[in-house]
Write a new protein. Sequence first.
Length: 105
Amino acid sequence: METMLPKLEARVRPFADASDRPTKLLAFAELLIADAFVIKGIRVLKREEPGDDEPFVVFPAEKGKGSAADRWFDVAHPVTAQARAAATELVLERWRQAGAPSARA
């Protein structure tokens, strides 16, 4: 049985680092779910593997505290593979529409 996903919309802001330091960050994104809920802090990153220049999407996470200081914990993320695929595809589509300046470099 296929699950119906709520309406998704994404806003993407390409990232331009004026410092000329190397960075994997290409853009920041927000995901609006059913015109009622927003997830901020989504990032579009470039891969470091040679020959694979397709960017990927990372959902917000925060660094642990105390004895878990070496781990990262999800703040918000899709629960199903279908939801993750739909959200990732939409964010990357909007990133490309925004001009994807680092994608052309």
